[in-house]
Design a protein around this ligand. Structure first.
Ligand code: ATP
Ligand code: MG
Length: 248
């Protein structure tokens, strides 16, 4: 790993890049994943690299949705495994969700590496290696999933997802939770709940809300009733415009 001094003003951001480069060198982050991260960084910059009030409200609604689910599943790709495997396992444990490896650029080798990374962080029963179902409307490799996991899930958390898959999951009638720094992406606009925040911040934020809302059905329902995706995204874009010095 490159030696980055802690005092560097962009230390946190550079560390995330280092984790992705390590994942790439270990063969489970796709080269395209490195480019996707750059797009995310740009939107994070516009957000002031902070968790907004709107991201917190969305994370609370996301937690409520996970707790209301009967069969929640967290879909994990190479970037997510490189950036926050422990945090994903903690959220799965807190919410009772299964973890399934779902790759846009799928190869058996990459699926097993991602599963290994998750298992090293304590994940149990990771799904995805033996897909036996497919998401309708997606060509061969991209539609692969497991009948035990994503195929029969009622709520799917899709951090850093591709728009095609996010839309296909919505067409299947699933409720989805996106974590995506781009409020304009098709994923952000197709999900039931969209958390516009950096994934390493968003996942522990959702876990904290899961712990808070676990025994409080009324508070869960309130969080969901209060959340409006399009309004939340509009306010997030207004924050970005303010940071750019534009008009709201
Ligand atoms: P879509 O396919 O949804 O229309 P896209 O094609 O622009 O969007 P993809 O490359 O398919 O984007 O998906 C990656 C998404 O993940 C991007 O929207 C990017 O902003 C977001 N992203 C990348 N890195 C992070 C991160 N660390 N945290 C949160 N979001 C991220
Ligand atoms: Mg895309």
């Amino acid at each position: 790993m490159t030696d980055i001094p802690k005092t560097h003003p962009r230390y946190a951001s550079l560390m995330l890049r280092e984790r992705l480069v390590t994942g790439f060198n270990e063969g489970y982050v796709a080269p395209q994943g490195l480019i996707a991260h750059g797009r995310g960084e740009m939107f994070y910059y516009l957000l002031g690299e902070k968790t907004t009030k709107d991201a917190r409200a969305a994370a609370k609604a996301a937690a409520a949705l996970l707790l209301e689910a009967e069969r929640p599943v967290i879909s994990v790709n190479g970037n997510v495994a490189a950036l926050c495997p422990k945090e994903i396992v903690e959220l799965a444990d807190a919410s009772g969700a299964r973890i399934e490896v779902g790759l846009f650029h799928r190869s058996d080798q990459r699926v097993s590496r991602v599963a290994e990374v998750l298992e090293r962080s304590g994940a149990k029963g990771v799904l995805g290696f033996l897909p036996d179902a497919r998401i309708p409307g997606l060509e061969s490799m991209r539609g692969l999933c497991t009948s035990e996991g994503i195929y029969s899930a009622d709520v799917v958390l899709i951090p850093l997802e591709d728009g095609d898959r996010a839309e296909a999951l919505a067409r299947m009638g699933k409720r989805t939770i996106a974590i995506d720094l781009n409020p304009l992406s098709r994923t952000s606009r197709a999900a039931t709940v969209t958390v516009v925040d950096e994934v390493t911040k968003a996942v522990p934020e959702i876990t904290a809300h899961v712990e808070d809302l676990e025994d409080d059905t009324a508070a869960r329902r309130r969080a969901l009733a209060k959340y409006d995706r399009d309004e939340n995204l509009a306010r997030t874009m207004a924050t970005m415009m303010r940071n750019l010095g534009g008009q709201e």
